[in-house]
Design a protein around this ligand. Sequence first.
Ligand code: BGC
Length: 744
Amino acid sequence: MQSIKSLSTTVIVLLCCLTGLLAQPYRPSAAINARVETLLSKMTLEEKIGQLTLYTTDWGSTGPTIREGYKDDIRKGACGNLFNSHSTAFVRELQKVAVEETRLKIPLLFGFDVIHGYKTIFPIPLGEAASWDLEAIEKSARVASTEASAAGLNWTFAPMVDISRDPRWGRVMEGAGEDPYLGSRIAEARVKGIQGKKLGDPDAMLACVKHFAGYGAPMGGRDYNTVDMSEKYFREFYLPPYQAAINAGAATVMTSFNDYDGIPASGSKFLLDQILRKEWGFEGFVVTDYTSINEMVMHGVVANDKEAGELALNAGVDMDMQGGIYQAYLKKSLQEGKVTQAQIDEAVRRVLRLKFELGLFEDPYKFCNAEREKNTLLAPAHRAAAREVARKSIVLLKNDQEVLPLKPSQKIALIGPLADNKTELIGNWNGAGNFNDCVSLKEGLSGANMQYAKGCELDGADRSGFQEALRIAGQSDIIVVAVGEKANISGEATSKTQINLPGVQEELVLELCKTGKPVVVVLMNGRPVVIPGIAEKANAILETWWLGTEAGNAIADVLWGKYNPSGKLPMSFPRSEGQIPVFYNEKSTGRPFDPNSKWTSKYIDESNSPQWPFGYGLSYTSFAYTTPKASVETATTRGIPSGKQVKVWVSVTVSNTGKVAGEEVVQLYIRDLVGSTTRPVKALKGFRKIMLQPGESREVRFDLTADDLSFYRSDNTFGMEPGEFDIMVGGSSNDVKSVRIRVN
Ligand code: BGC
């Protein structure tokens, strides 16, 4: 291949990506406010409370059903919103009740968890985050929204932006991993993709940022468990992605199940009023998570359901998901003076505004066009987009002796419980996806000189398939073995204490390694896994998450080298569960690790470092970085407002030193050497994904903003402090070069 030695155009990296700059927090127009007031003045108290009520319908085995009594509730105006009802026919049937049989003809909102695709399923969100490709992630959300809005829906319970450093928590699969900066940029991209050009377009849905707040930090990694940490820590590491999503225009917010600082999120004035509305200026509506108002009784902060409803409304919850508390008790609470009419009216306004914004009053059936539904779902362009994102989401964790990519002449032994599987590959939270539409790895590799054996099941102790697997391995030049998790063991309510591969899968891989044939492990899972044996013995490892409808094609593209892997881990992979939480941006301790001193921060039976760190991922080519240069040694930042650029930039030249073209994620980290509160040893503040031809070099420039250098200081204010900063650039959080600057 021709080598191009050039120093091409400088790439200017604006640390606020374009998405963030263009988008605005949601603001209702004066015209909409006026329409809301007119409608509000005609509403009875019951009708108002109905707008604050959200119930689920069921998709039973025989099709869509609506629970007993709900249609009557809709008719009376006592239920103004539904979820889990999709497809144009079903939505139309229910919407008809609202707009033809109710007094005020207020249309219903239809919500659904469209988490990584509606019918065309994209990689799970954690997988997509590994692409570090904001355009691709936005496109994925756009396609999901285009399909879902063609199937009757106008509201999705996404994006999930909960930062998590605990892979025991099964819901890490739904988020963007451990880092607030990456998480924030991805949150913006997803909101933009979901809400499209503007609310009111026929293919735009309301986004719902969830779960506000701190849901990703349950103690012990146990789902629904309590959350507690200092406010500074919470604001620095957990809150940024929610705020980024609000700034990108997210119209709605969902509360979380957990408490924070002793108050359940659905009853927290601090979260919903102080932070969300007062500090961030959020003007959309807040919905609870599933029955989380009721659960405040079990949290033990209120004595009964009625008090729970009062706590929620007083805190700033607008809509009650599935709990029926507002419907049952708000009237009485109002009569008793526990809540006010003004509070109820304000919550109703927030809901109605968005119904107007969506254009539902002009055409309540605008999302119910059966023809559009038929032509949109699984459209070839959507599948193509899914394949593209899926390839980008794959992370090459190991590739000794360059056993990958595969060579067409090689005889392949394709082995493993996930090699010929479709059901698990669309992952958890798979919308209206059908696994039959999914391409398995075996199908993706069809045409290859290949034999197949399952080897073992995804769980259980049955080793009877090992023999056949070893037999075909013996006849091959290279072994490709697909192992991982069932889709139902990562996701909600799937916390685990052991995050290794279930059953005898690791044993199967290790047996295959003993054959001496090169072994390529294809991992398919929803969370970081602990696989020390495989990490050591396998020759190559590809982390492919659950990649969705086009999984098999995307993995085959990477295995054959038709696509050069470019993914980087959005979350650290521990060596053992005892290290959890293990993450890259930890704070400085007074006794940092020193291999020569016992009395420093470490384990005596395990290294401090994870198996593979945040930001890590290999390529079929190699990249070289120069030491970064700063535009000035000393930057003046005084008087520069938050969000604005300070007059310093850092540049680095990245070269493709290998034989094939490839993309590299150039990552920028900073460390504030002395702060009035302890600072992280490294914090991501920018990244740029660039494509380089073999021999090509490119200068990448990062402009620093005041926010990048700011933090929550000892007096609880957010801002910069003069002093020295290390600015680090590299291709992984554990592989950087640095330059020191002074800020005064
Ligand atoms: C989950 C939410 C989801 C909701 C509605 C809850 O159990 O925590 O993430 O949006 O159900 O399906």
